[in-house]
Ligand binder design. Structure first.
Ligand code: HGY
Ligand code: MN
Ligand code: MN
Length: 420
């Protein structure tokens, strides 16, 4: 890869202090006592975060648009107004009590790259867009990465509108309120062409930090599968009903989790298996539970292992039903993927040209880039985070590492936006 002078000039205009101060301003929205953020998708906090981005975009004269799932687009126009844009971005929503960099760095860092390009006096042929994708985390409405999935045609918006959060608020109502909070924005169609997509993100794992490196040139994303399991039994009196005649939904669900753990057993510790939500109804000490619900998050990089485990998830749950009815509903089905080889080279090449120690690495976490990879050449830039901790209020990253990622990103965006 040949580093272009203009791309390096744009990178040099990235301002570490400005980026950090915007990150900290964003982190105030939904701030938790322990230094994290609680910014559920399409919540009041998410709306405030969006309005802050719109305000910053207005200050710099960028164009702002949205779409029917409230993805937010911030554009620095190109010389060719109608050319397909080069795109970056990530998400502003967080996990419940999540960290302040997961997602927001890709949006705020993307915005810093855009500002750097402008301040360096560089014009590009193609427009450059920064996108805040709606509901990446899926903590409130499942599945996650919903905004990018709907954009990419992996999900249909109509099928999501009736989803309800734990309080019974529908996605449709939350979306209506969110779109109303940034009134007057033009709407873009889903799936409009992108020339290329590069997303910056904290690594969310320990490798860069432990190897003393600054940039990860991300090669791909491991397979990611979500299921919602609902177990229906029968309410009964805890004092009078013999154990043998019960249909205890909770005990069946617990047996399923144990059986799944056996299915997922892996000496190499590569399989990822998580039950992150577990509900029991009606939730009274003296009533045999009639309903249990739990989620399965299963991940692996190897299609052969996935082909062995994934088809067995439902049968393993059914085999532990203990007289209850069981439904196993897939909500995410993302096969392992590889990013564009030329973009992996480009991220690695600009990191080297800018003097940032870099390595190629796969992503353990899911990202909006995974869906956009179906539409255009796609890549990702990782920066280290402290102790690899993420989905945790203590998640942390250094101003210097965030700036290094933004520099690498700015260079890639300029290079790509001047390609045919
Ligand atoms: O769960 C994930 O991989 C992402 O952080 N949403
Ligand atoms: Mn994220
Ligand atoms: Mn996350």
């Amino acid at each position: 890869m040949e580093a272009k002078a203009e791309a390096l000039t744009a990178a040099a205009a990235v301002d570490e202090a400005r980026l950090w101060s915007r990150q900290m301003a964003m982190a105030e929205i939904g701030a938790t006592a322990k230094g994290g953020v609680n910014r559920a998708a399409l919540s009041d906090e998410d709306r405030r975060a969006r309005r802050l981005m719109v305000e910053w975009a207005g200050d710099l004269g960028f164009e702002v648009a949205t779409d029917a799932i409230a993805n937010l687009y911030i554009r620095r126009p190109g010389r060719q107004a109608d050319a397909a844009p080069v795109v970056t971005g990530s998400h502003l929503d967080s996990q419940p009590r999540g960290g302040k960099f997961d997602g927001s760095y890709g949006v705020v860092g993307g915005f810093e790259a855009l500002e750097a390009i402008v301040r360096a006096g560089i014009e590009t042929e193609r427009p450059i867009d920064v996108i805040a994708w709606t509901n990446e985390e899926g903590g409130r409405f499942q599945p996650g990465a919903m905004g990018s999935a709907v954009f990419a045609g992996v999900l249909r918006l109509e099928d999501q509108l009736g989803l309800a959060d734990l309080q019974g608020v529908t996605l449709e109502d939350a979306l209506t309120e969110t779109l109303a909070s940034t009134p007057g924005l033009p709407h873009r169609p889903f799936g409009h062409p992108f020339a290329a997509y590069v997303e910056a993100h904290i690594e969310q794992g320990p490798r860069l930090e432990s190897e003393g490196l600054t940039i990860g040139a991300v090669t791909g994303i491991q397979g990611l599968y979500w299921f919602t399991v609902e177990v229906s039994g029968e309410e009964a009196h805890a004092g009078t009903t013999p154990l043998k005649s019960r249909k205890d939904a909770l005990k069946a669900a617990v047996a399923m989790v144990h059986a799944l753990e056996e299915l997922m057993a892996d000496e190499s510790d590569t399989v990822r298996f998580t039950v992150g939500r577990f509900e029991c109804h009606p939730g009274s000490p003296a009533t045999v539970p009639s309903r249990a619900l739990f989620t399965i998050d299963f991940r692996h990089p190897d299609p052969a292992v996935i082909a062995r485990i994934r088809p067995n998830i439902e049968p393993v749950c059914q085999a532990s039903a203990r007289g209850c009815a069981v439904s196993v509903r897939p909500t995410i089905d993302n096969a392992p993927l590889q990013f564009d080889p030329a973009l992996i080279d480009m991220v690695e090449g600009y990191a080297e040209a800018l003097g940032h120690p870099v390595m190629r690495m796969p992503s353990g976490a899911g990202h909006d880039a995974g869906h956009i990879n179906h539409l255009c050449p796609t890549g990702m830039i990782f920066v280290p985070c402290e102790r690899g901790l993420s989905h945790n209020e203590a998640e942390n990253a250094t101003p210097a590492d965030l700036a290094a990622g933004a520099r690498t990103l700015a260079a890639c965006l300029v290079d790509l936006a001047n390609q045919e």
